[in-house]
Every structure is written in structure tokens, then in C-alpha cells.
Design a protein around this ligand. Sequence first.
Ligand SMILES: NC(=O)c1ccc[n+]([C@@H]2O[C@H](COP(=O)([O-])OP(=O)(O)OC[C@H]3O[C@@H](n4cnc5c(N)ncnc54)[C@H](OP(=O)(O)O)[C@@H]3O)[C@@H](O)[C@H]2O)c1
Length: 277
Amino acid sequence: MSETLIIGASGQVGSALASSLTAAGHAVLRATSRAAQEADQIQLNLLTGEGLDAAFSRSERVFLMVPPGLTEQHRLLGPAIAAAQSHQHKKVVLMTAMGADADPNSPMRQAELLLKNSGLPYHILRPNWFMQNFNTFWLPAIQATGQILLPVGEARGSFIDARDIAAVAAVLLHDSERPSQAWTLTGAEAFNHHEVAAVLSEASGKNIGYSDIPPEQMRQMLLEAGLPADYADFLLLILGAFRQGYAAAVSDHVSQLLGRTPIALADYARDYRSAWA
Ligand SMILES: NC(=O)c1ccc[n+]([C@@H]2O[C@H](COP(=O)([O-])OP(=O)(O)OC[C@H]3O[C@@H](n4cnc5c(N)ncnc54)[C@H](OP(=O)(O)O)[C@@H]3O)[C@@H](O)[C@H]2O)c1
């Protein structure tokens, strides 16, 4: 009954969160949309609602997110938030994204408002673009061309390490002092993609560059990688916001919550250097 349910528990943020909570002595219930293989796993599918009641009845705190590739966050998270209400969860931590509150009608903002209006104790995490995109989503282009290929010009981003998001979530899931609020999670410094490429090159010993590409080329690459058209269009929209400078702001919320500076891009690159080497 005292377990902390983690949606996306095998993901970049969720897996680091599960390790961190377990290391701190908290019982964790790891949700998966696949068949559960281990005692601390439970099958839960946000697309169908399957397993929601069983997972929420066994837990009293929950980390919520929507897997990449899906755009209807409010529709997918509504039943989960309702389940947290009916099982009187003590804390809900929801991960959306930096800028989620820019458009009151966006599905991400609608999901945040569902949680805010639920009466549940909550925290909303709004991370900037993850550093880990360079060793996942953007990696095939780097491997194929030696270039980060993105339609974002010279704009800067204060990229965040997914491990810092997990560390913040671990603190807030078990916090009983701070009032419900939204937190903007960024790195300590903003970089353009020429600078990112130089940091990745230095760490990996490979010569990695950056090319600013037209949005239409990006769309084609995303579709060829198998993304649904609506998600490719969503990504192009937020990459457009990046290009206009909206990803450059630096917040001090990570250091406020963790009492240390966020993981630096150079440290991320050193830890993941085998991805590009
Ligand atoms: N990447 C970025 O730059 C960035 C920036 C800001 C915000 N975000 C947000 O971060 C989130 C992604 O986080 P992440 O990178 O940690 O995720 P991730 O590594 O892509 O992992 C996705 C997780 O979702 C689970 N999953 C897949 N289908 C599911 C379903 N139908 N029902 C329930 N769970 C399902 C997967 O587990 P199973 O396969 O075991 O089910 C997996 O654990 C997204 O909401 C995105 O909007 C990302």
C-alpha cells in the first residue's frame, strides 16, 4: 500500500527515478505496458486504461508521464488522475515540458490543469530538452552524417540531464513541506548546437558537427524514423519554438531542490561518450 507507482519506469527518467527511490529505501511499483516480469512490476497501459485500478490501488504516490510519440496527454492522463483521486494518493508528480503553459489549449497544459484542479497534492515538472536526446533520438543522424541535424539555427538551449529530472522527482514525491506547484527544470547554461557538437566531439574523440536543416527535411527524417505524422508535426512546432529562443532560459529550480548545480553538458557527454565513439 505504501508503494510509489512509476509510469514510464523503464524510460530514461523513470529508470533513474526507480533506482533513486529504491536506494533511498522506498518501495517502488514499476509500471510497464508489456507483461510484468518481476514482483515490483505491474502491467498498465495508458492507451487502453488496462491495469490502472490495480496499480493505483497498490500505491499511494505516483510519477506520471506520457510516452513520446503520443500527443493527447490530457486524454491519456485523465483516467490516471481520476484513479489517483479515487485511491486518495498522497502525491502526484507529473512530468510535462518547459513551455507547457504557453498555450492554455495545448493537450499538455490541459493535462496539467486536470491535475491542478483535482484537489490532489501535486508537483508538475517542466523539463527543457533532454541532453539524452543526443544519444537517442538525434543519434542515427550523428552516426550517418557526423552531424547533429536540426532546424534550430543558432538558438541556444539550456539542456537538462534526465538524471537530474529523476533526482528532482524523487525529492518531490516524498516531500510533505512544499506547496503544490510547477517547476521549470533546465541545465545551468545554454548552448547552441555548434557548442553541443564540440562538447560531444571532445568527450568521444569523434569529429561531430552541426547543420541547421530546413523543417521539411526534419519532418521527412522523423517520418522515415517511424514517427506518427501528428507527433512529427508536434516536434516541428516545438523545434520552431527552440529556433525562436524559447529553450534558452535558465532556471534555478534544480539547484533549489537538489542543493547542487545541475549536471553539466560536459559531464553528460563524458558519461555517454560510448554512444558516439
Ligand atoms: N526528450 C526530451 O527532450 C523531452 C523534453 C521535455 C519533456 N519530455 C517528456 O518526457 C517524456 C518522455 O520521458 P522519457 O524519455 O523518460 O521516456 P522514454 O525513455 O521514451 O520511455 C517511455 C516509457 O513509456 C512506457 N510506455 C510506452 N508505452 C506505454 C503505454 N501505452 N502505457 C504506459 N507506459 C508506456 C515505456 O515502458 P514500457 O515499454 O515498458 O511500457 C517507457 O518506460 C515525454 O512525456 C516527453 O514529452 C521529453
